[in-house]
Design a protein around this ligand. Structure first.
Ligand SMILES: [Zn+2]
Length: 207
């Protein structure tokens, strides 16, 4: 993730982009971007497909914590997140976030309702994260499709390279949704089977 962290430059830290759909921070990425030290940094989220920056926050590195600085809904928010380290042998250590809400030691913090906290505090399940991904893939695809002509045709002014890139991005969105849907269907079928085993006489599935 070479591009994730960068020195806080001219840009004012704050939210750019409209949605705050479950953005996450990974302490391992902070570590590999060398942001767990004193300094002012910024963190950007990029669109997985187009690589465009969709949001960013300011990160103020302190000795045993980071301060997340951002604005959400017009409100300037500062959240201090302690960094704890566990010994991982060979003289090295592994960093963790201490969740600002419950102090649990976690690798990931998620943004929901303007605040960063761990998965447990936000009551996020992996399923809802997957559903989120699916919804995002749809929205991303609709945005890209708006730039193309009917039936994904190339608008006359568009460079061929741009067009090819957008088509690839659309296909990636479709693949992402397919992957989620096949997982969702498998879960549903698994649930039905379990129910049928428990209540063989109650559920009549006919076709
Ligand atoms: Zn928590």
């Amino acid at each position: 993730m070479g591009k994730g962290g960068s020195r806080l430059g001219a840009g004012r830290p704050g939210w750019r982009g409209k949605t705050e759909h479950c953005r996450s921070l990974d302490v391992r990425r902070f570590a590999s971007a060398n942001m767990l030290r004193t300094g002012m940094w910024s963190w950007q989220w990029r669109d997985a497909v187009t690589g465009e920056e969709v949001a960013s926050i300011g990160v103020i590195g302190q000795t045993y914590s980071v301060v997340l600085a951002y604005t959400a809904g017009g409100e300037a928010i500062r959240t201090r997140v302690p960094i704890v380290r566990t010994d991982c042998g060979f003289g090295g250590s592994r960093p963790w976030f201490a969740c600002p809400s419950c102090s649990r030691r976690v690798a990931l913090l998620f943004l929901r309702s303007r605040h960063f906290a761990c998965r447990h505090c936000h009551r996020l399940s992996y399923g809802s994260q997957a559903a989120d991904l699916c919804g995002r893939a749809w929205r991303r695809q609709r945005k890209i499709e708006a730039r193309l002509g009917p039936d994904w045709r190339r608008p006359p002014h568009m460079h061929l390279k741009t067009y090819e890139r957008l088509l690839k991005a659309i296909l990636a969105c479709e693949r992402q949704r397919d992957a989620w849907l096949s997982g969702a269907v498998a879960r549903l079928m698994g649930g039905l089977e379990a129910l049928q085993k428990r209540f063989p006489n109650l559920i009549g599935v006919s076709d």
